[in-house]
Design a protein around this ligand. Structure first.
Ligand SMILES: [Zn+2]
Length: 511
């Protein structure tokens, strides 16, 4: 049972801040600004910025060398940034569902493309809606489209694709409409903005961002790769079941990375614009604003491209939470996982956390009411691909298990962030406890598994075309299901005839 926001009282007690700048801000703007202004909310609005496929270590605030993220870095300076946050899976369906349900993929049931989140799962949006929040989502289509269960609890779920160029203006319109309508203006809201701009195909990133980092490369890419980046990468991806993986030459990998980074810079510029928009409406300081991703991307650190593996290039994600007034800002190093976000947000706004939630609220730790020893410091990522892999992280190490073949690997991820040196031949003493955590986790998900029989029956033509462009589907192909798991070692299948011009045509299509 969910109560209404046990509201302002709980909120004021729970949050690590007081909205002290807001009255001043509101006063200064009275009568002088043309934008609608937000009232002082009793419960803070929550704005969730979900940048699909964004690996943490390609952001400046996580130590990246290129200037991919000046706006996100500036934002992070006044936010709680988690240095070691892991996603629950390597790809969109399981990982996004885990963010929104606080459940591991094996529990919520959305693992393969065609599967839905069980209706029995309670989502962040459902919890907040029941507590009086308005809920709106603007997502970039594809595997985030309506029908996969991610829409549970959202009163508005707009899944028309187009990246931030099209999603950004819709977000702004919704916010202004919300503030102008006297029936809604005083209600707090959950707003989810999701984009695939960082995801391949990189050719759709607009200039000047697309080519921004190409000039830094020592060598030009091989001519064939330069001509059709995504098509070339697609062919590599399609060969995932071959061992060893077909390799791109190092110069081509650098070229792909430069394109990827250009996509990040593009989204970063949009985020800067969103910040200004929120500031002008008195929303920036009083909202809880989150930047998160569902997974990263590989550039052959472990031999392959795309995101099917669960090594850190894919599963180490940014998790940056800005509390109102920038309270509790800092860099936090305990290991956390994306299922922790939902309980943390609910805790912060005084809404009951569903008993089924498998993540933990990070709020007591952030507020200094509990020490690091109060946290479980365990993160589990699971992939149905590459022989069904599971990784369990504790304070310093991550243990990987490949179920088919029963192989084990162990890495000191803090000293070896790309997980290049497998220590299994001379394992640390933590190996035993990690095995124990893994056993415990298996018991948990086995006893909590929700209905996984629900499949998406029909996907519209536009979504299918987008899934082809994003690399999840061959033209005329079908979405993957659990029954195909043993055969499908990669989630990404491109067509032979894939051309970047097709991608551009798709990207220019009006939603
Ligand atoms: Zn994704």
């Amino acid at each position: 049972m969910l109560g209404r926001v046990s509201a302002c009282v709980l909120f004021m007690e729970c949050l690590p801040f007081q909205p002290r700048f807001l009255l001043l801000c509101a006063t200064l703007c009275l009568g002088a600004c043309s934008h609608p202004k937000a009232p002082i909310y009793e419960s803070p609005p929550i704005i969730l910025v979900d940048i699909d496929t964004l690996r943490a270590d390609h952001l400046g605030c996580y130590g990246y060398g290129r200037d991919t993220s000046p706006e996100i870095d500036r934002f992070a300076e006044q936010a709680a940034r988690f240095e070691w946050a892991f996603s629950q899976g390597p790809n969109t369906p399981p990982s996004q569902a885990s963010i929104l349900t606080s459940l591991y993929p094996s529990t919520h049931g959305r693992i393969f493309d065609a599967e839905k989140i069980s209706e029995k799962a309670e989502t962040l949006a459902e919890s907040l809606a029941a507590a009086g929040y308005r809920t709106a989502a603007f997502v970039d289509g594809g595997l985030m489209s309506k029908g996969f269960g991610l829409e549970q609890g959202f009163e508005l779920y707009d899944h028309r694709p187009g990246g931030v160029r099209r999603i950004g203006p819709k977000v702004e319109r919704w916010l202004d409409d919300h503030l102008r309508d006297p029936n809604t203006a005083s209600r707090p809201f959950l707003l989810l903005a999701h984009t695939y701009d960082v995801h391949s195909p990189y050719e759709v990133t607009p200039q000047p961002y697309r080519n921004r980092y190409l000039g830094q490369l020592k060598e030009p890419p091989t001519p064939r790769f330069r001509k059709r980046v995504s098509a070339r990468m697609a062919k590599i991806r399609r060969s995932h079941d071959q061992q060893p993986y077909p390799q791109l030459p190092e110069r081509d990998v650098e070229y792909a990375k430069a394109f990827y980074d250009g996509g990040i810079r593009h989204v970063d510029a949009w985020f800067g614009r969103l910040r200004k928009f929120l500031e002008a409406r008195n929303l920036f300081e009083q909202s809880i604003i989150v930047i998160i991703s569902d997974h990263g991307d590989s550039f052959q650190e472990h031999g392959d491209l795309f995101h099917g593996q669960i090594y850190s290039p894919v599963t180490r994600i940014p998790m940056i939470i800005r509390w109102p007034d920038g309270a509790s800002a800092g860099v936090y190093s305990p290991v956390v996982e994306s299922i922790d976000l939902m309980p943390t947000l609910l805790d912060a706004v005084g809404v009951e956390i569903p008993t089924a939630a498998q993540g933990q609220s990070l709020l007591p730790f952030l507020q200094g009411r509990a020490g690091v020893e109060s946290m479980d410091q365990i993160a589990v990522s699971e992939s149905p691909f590459y022989g069904r892999r599971i990784a369990v992280a504790s304070e310093s190490y991550r243990l990987f298990v490949t179920e088919q073949g029963r192989l084990e690997e162990i890495y000191h991820y803090r000293q070896d962030p790309l997980e290049q040196r497998d220590l299994i031949e001379q394992p640390p003493k933590e190996l035993q406890s990690l095995r124990g955590h893994l056993r415990k986790w298996r018991g948990l998900v086995a006893s909590t598994e929700l209905d996984t029989d629900e499949k998406v029956e029909e996907v519209d033509d536009e979504t299918l075309a987008q899934l082809v462009a994003l690399g999840y589907l061959e033209p005329g192909g079908e979405l993957t299901t659990g029954g195909q798991a043993d055969q499908e070692r990669s989630p990404a299948i491109f067509a032979d005839g894939f051309e970047s011009s097709n991608v551009e045509a798709w990207a220019e299509k009006e939603p």
